[in-house]
Design a protein around this ligand. Structure first.
Ligand code: HEC
Length: 473
């Protein structure tokens, strides 16, 4: 099997995942608001048409419309920058996704075009149209916006739970994978809640509304937070269908993931309590600062949720198919014989300054197999993580990487590459001295080979089972 080499980008002290995550969180937050905002506009337009609420029309034609427009433009831009960043980090994963799901993507883009057309038409001509047409335009905009979530959600949830697709490669099985529905429902609820919170912020800004008028509008907007009561059920459903090991990391073994989950849950609970109080006490007032604070909490909830979702997939970008470092399980076995960087055509940036060939290989192995999740000495920096270890410890722990941490892929190279990596780590920690002796003691290499053979190339989760019960196959 051929292994592909792609030129990837490096963001210095920032972990690649952090760059994608940072843009991703902003994108998700804006895009979800653009969906929920459209639905909220529909609801207020309906209220205006029913004649029950004289303020509703003013609201629909006011600042909120602007905010939806801005978020939808920024949502689209950050969406594009997401793909632009991900292809610099995980080109193989994105390539696989495009290969498998190009028609779904095309469908998503068609809805996106409809969304743009309907949204812009409303924004530009809304005030001159009849009520019915206004409503139709808003409904078209919202439906199209939600449908783009519908399609993209299929592709994203497939990455974590491809399930039956793994054996059939059937597009529909991939699209409607086990976590499709809970994640779609969860995101829809989040979209509605965000819209309600932003509506409150805008209501505060209408200068000529009285306190009572604003209170009545808050009450309408907060109805969009009622579906949040379903979040615990939908969340439980989601965690019920994700792989068991992912669930275990989130709920215990990984402190970082657990903390982010708690931030997300905690922020949502706070918003929920506030919404309940507002809905029960109809005369209660909400000022601009509090609305902004609630929006920040919603952003924290989104950030925590996205972090957990992305983190849970480790060590894969496509579960059971492609490790995060773009190597498949069967390729890992192959690369242990052939070497992972032997035919890597891309030079290092500062290759001439390396004292010997072995260190160049080591740096390339790091770039190929580790750099997608680690930096050298920044976030999750490898030098820091290994600097207290003896060479023996480094050799063993890296040779059995999936045992060291089950969310890391197995090492995918021969003992020579592993020793190069160890030497590179030691040379870097030593402060890059101008001379460095190559290490090629056959006894050391034989020992590394034994470590590699003993653990094989199975993922950590499978290895954990055999360690717990040594007699099982
Ligand atoms: C899929 C992502 C991923 C890949 C690929 C990956 N790691 Fe890691 N690694 C992690 C995470 C996450 C941690 C946990 C950091 C922590 O616990 O603070 C970690 C921790 C470590 C540690 C510290 C372990 C400990 O118990 O203290 C070492 C050493 C390490 N990685 C080495 C490597 C090497 C060498 C490679 C490449 C051959 C690699 N990793 C590839 C995600 C990855």
């Amino acid at each position: 099997m051929d292994h592909y080499f792609y030129p990837v980008n490096d963001f210095g002290p920032l972990m690649k995942g952090m760059v994608i995550g940072g843009i991703g969180i902003i994108h998700v937050f804006l895009a979800q608001f653009a969906i929920g905002g459209g639905i909220l506009l529909c609801y207020f337009q309906r209220l205006a048409m029913s004649g029950r609420n004289a303020l509703a029309r003013e609201f629909v034609d006011g600042y909120f419309r602007w905010l939806v427009l801005i978020s939808f433009v920024l949502g689209a831009l950050t969406g594009v920058s997401m793909w632009f960043t991900t292809i610099q980090v995980g080109p193989r994963t994105i390539g696989l996704m495009v290969d498998q799901f190009h028609w779904l993507w095309a469908t998503e883009w068609t809805f996106f075009c409809l969304e743009v057309a309907a949204g812009y038409a409303f924004y530009r001509y809304g005030t001159r149209l009849t009520d019915r047409t206004r409503f139709s335009l808003l409904a078209t905009y919202s439906f199209a916006a939600w449908m783009s979530l519908f399609w993209i959600n299929g592709i994203l949830s497939w990455q974590l739970t491809p399930a039956g697709w793994l054996s059939t490669h059937d597009v529909w099985q991939g699209m409607f994978n086990p976590s499709f529905w809970p994640s779609l429902i969860f995101r829809t609820i989040s979209s509605l809640s965000e819209a309600g919170l932003f509506a409150c912020l805008i209501i505060n800004f209408v200068p000529h509304w009285t306190r009572e008028q604003k209170a009545s509008m808050f009450n309408q907007a907060f109805r969009f937070l009622v579906p949040m009561t379903l979040m615990p059920v939908v969340g439980a459903w989601y965690f019920g269908v994700v792989p068991e090991d992912s669930r275990e990391w989130v709920f215990g073994e990984s402190v970082a993931m657990n903390m982010f989950l708690m931030i997300s849950v905690g922020a949502s609970v706070l918003i929920g309590i506030y919404a309940a109080v507002m809905l029960i006490n109809r005369r209660m007032f909400l000022n601009g600062t509090t609305s902004l604070l609630l929006i920040v909490l919603a952003l924290a909830a989104t950030a925590g949720g996205e972090f957990v979702r992305e983190g849970m997939r480790k060590p894969y970008t496509v579960r059971n198919m492609l490790y995060s470092n773009s190597i498949t399980e069967s390729e890992a076995a192959e690369l242990r014989k052939k070497g992972s960087v032997a035919s890597d055509p891309y030079p290092l940036r500062d290759e001439a300054s390396y004292p010997n060939r072995q260190l160049v290989v080591g740096a390339k192995v790091y770039r190929m197999q580790c750099a997608v999740c680690h930096t050298e000495d920044g976030a999750n920096g490898l030098l820091g993580l290994t600097k207290t270890w003896t060479p023996e410890q480094q050799r063993l722990n890296i040779a059995q990487l999936q045992r060291t941490k089950p969310f890391m892929p197995p090492f995918a190279g021969p003992p020579e590459e592993l020793e190069s990596l160890v030497q590179w780590l030691r040379w870097r920690v030593a402060g890059k001295p101008a001379t460095w002796k190559e290490s090629n003691d056959p006894a050391v290499l034989a020992k590394i080979q034994a470590h590699l053979d003993e653990v094989g190339t199975a993922p950590g989760i499978a290895v954990a089972r055999t360690v717990a019960n040594p007699t099982s196959p």
